[in-house]
Write a protein that binds this ligand. Sequence first.
Ligand code: PMP
Length: 284
Amino acid sequence: RTVYVNGDYLPEDQATVSVFDRGFLMADGVYEVVSVLDGKLLDFAGHLARLQRSLEALAIANPLSDEDYLQAHRELVRLNAITDGLVYLQVTRGNPGDRDFAYPPEDTRPTVVMFTQSKPGLADQPAAKTGWKIASVEDLRWGRRDIKTVQLLYPSMAKMEAKARGCDDAWLVEDGKVTEGSSNNAYIVKDGVIVTRELSHDILHGITRAAILRLAREAQMKIEERGFTIAEAQAADEAFVTSASAFVMPVVQIDGAALGDGTPGPVARRLREIYLEESRRTAI
Ligand code: PMP
């Protein structure tokens, strides 16, 4: 595989980053994941806009132009012959040359890394037909989940907890309400109304979430942006999650309670179809 590091395209075993990089020592960096279908990038502008917001929130100067990012994404897709898969992009505060809590001087060059992951048949994930089982786990993450940082230890722990309980993913719960999934936004559907938590510092502002809510509104579906409890979710007609790589993934079970008839619901299936159709049509 060929990866990108600070302007160079290198075989993955020759690509290096300093041990003093603040991304490595302090998780001081942000990332984005863009899906690729038929060799094209999905919702690229949305991901770049969020990258800019994440960087600004951490006072990291964006080292590349949007055009540079686009060109690098396309070059990696080409070099690695990606048909379906994703491009991972990470920008960290870089290498100050030593370890120190204070940010390094502003002329310290951020480290930019990009790589691809090939996922043949990404849009036809078998799981989308059967749906995910969810386990609820306490949300112990920090208070700025709207910044897409590389501090992913707690979401990894939550995912492992869910797997240990025989589930596919975790829904994180804070003050009695679901915030989001370990790496996706969470929704329930009751009496035709789609419910998902409102935007704030408590959740990541999903690029897929924005697209799904727009498409749902265009299809005259009703939406309520508010938190919900696990009990409310278990009593819902259906549920689903969204992310750039899972698209719309139906949820069929929450903490052992089956939703509806225990199979993916019609709203989730329809939104997945609409989302994939529009994404393919607008991919660049
Ligand atoms: N919430 C969290 C915590 C995530 O990690 C992700 C995936 N990046 C999402 C939501 C979904 O965001 P997006 O639709 O932009 O992939």
